[in-house]
Design a protein around this ligand. Structure first.
Ligand code: SP5
Ligand code: ZN
Length: 340
């Protein structure tokens, strides 16, 4: 299938994250995309460059305040004489005001971020916007008749909400792909999120919409990141009530438990009668992932791909997580290989 990819992802690198009370190099590193690129080239997939879009396209799924913050944050940081990674040190949690954005860069960062694990470096905006353009292009290729297309996005996107960023995600590429398919005339779009972590950003963006079904299979927020969203009783609100489906699973889940949840998820997609499918494709469900706790082996990914492909829908796959760097390419290629 067509793989949309930009070398600009590499501009987002060298960031540090808070992990077990220490600042460590981010698990979300440029080598991830290199391994995926090499495995997909080896498997014979065709690479295409992203089309160019105006940043205004981001306002279909994001607040202007977040977009402006991300675009200008590093320059503001540098203007105060700082370098390296930007990480927030205070958040508007319960009991604090969240009705105004602080004037200074540290307060503004805490306002828009929801964790201390998502560094902004000099090239973060450029990389994230390039990834957004990859996802938009993949959506347009599918709207124009491709059976499936894959956006090799880095950094990932599904944790980025309408007005906040975190979880290594700055802009929500899968949500942008969904919105693009809608704008190209596809009436109902299903978004299936198979990343190990709940896609809180995507859920937030489509929470009150009945034209987008959001379904996520993930480690239970009782113990797993992002901790504060992704429970089974979250089902959407207003017009969107019943159009969010969360299938949280315990740490240690292997193929049997996973496959059962996947069947429930894909039955919901069938019942929704979607015109197209977007997949938030995280492969951090792999048993060797350093920050996750499911037990899927490499042989599971072709089976996941086969079940997604069996829906028979025009499909946009968007790269999300996966931190077992040396195996990430094989696992992604395993999913994509099912779409013939
Ligand atoms: C896109 C995506 O996969 N984002 C994941 C972001 C996770 N960031 C915080 C993880 C904190 C988990 N601590 C793991 C302890 C490992 N033993
Ligand atoms: Zn993840």
């Amino acid at each position: 299938m067509k793989v949309v990819h930009s070398p600009l992802h590499r501009r987002h690198q060298g960031g540090l994250e808070l992990h077990r009370a220490e600042l460590v190099p981010s698990f979300e590193c440029p080598e991830r995309a290199d391994y995926i690129r090499d495995a997909l080239a080896e498997a014979g997939h065709a690479f295409v460059e992203p089309r160019r879009y105006d940043p205004g396209v981001l306002l279909g799924v994001h607040e202007a305040g977040l977009v402006d913050f991300l675009r200008t944050a590093y320059a503001r940081w540098q203007a105060e004489g700082r370098g390296g990674s930007m990480l927030p040190s205070g958040f508007p949690a319960r009991g604090l005001r969240r009705d105004r954005v602080p004037e200074g860069i540290n307060g503004a960062m805490g306002y828009y971020a929801f964790d201390a694990g998502s560094p902004i470096v000099e090239g973060t905006w450029e990389a994230a916007f390039a990834a957004a353009q990859c996802a938009l292009t993949a959506a347009e290729l599918v709207a124009e008749g491709e059976r499936a297309a894959y956006a090799l996005c880095r950094p990932p996107g599904h944790h980025a909400a309408r007005g906040s960023y975190g979880g290594y995600c700055y802009l929500n590429h899968a949500a942008l792909a969904v919105q693009r398919l809608r704008d190209r005339g596809i009436g109902r779009v299903a978004l299936v999120d198979v990343d190990y972590h709940h896609g809180n950003g995507s859920q937030d963006i489509f929470w009150e919409r009945s034209d987008v079904l959001f379904v996520s299979i993930h480690g239970t927020p009782d113990t797993e990141y992002p901790y504060f969203l992704g429970y089974a009783d979250e089902r959407g609100a207003g017009a969107g009530e019943g159009f969010t489906l969360n299938l949280p699973l315990p740490r240690g889940t292997g193929w049997d438990g996973y496959a059962q949840a996947l069947d429930v998820a894909l039955q919901a997609v069938s019942d929704f009668d979607a015109g197209a499918l977007v997949v938030s494709l995280g492969v951090d469900t792999y048993e060797g992932d350093p920050i996750s706790a499911f037990r899927l082996d490499a042989g599971c990914f072709p089976m996941i791909g086969a079940r997604l492909a069996a829906l028979g829908l025009p499909t946009v796959l968007v790269q999300e997580g996966g931190y077992a760097v040396a195996e990430i390419g094989t696992n992604v290629a395993g999913v994509l290989g099912a779409f013939k």
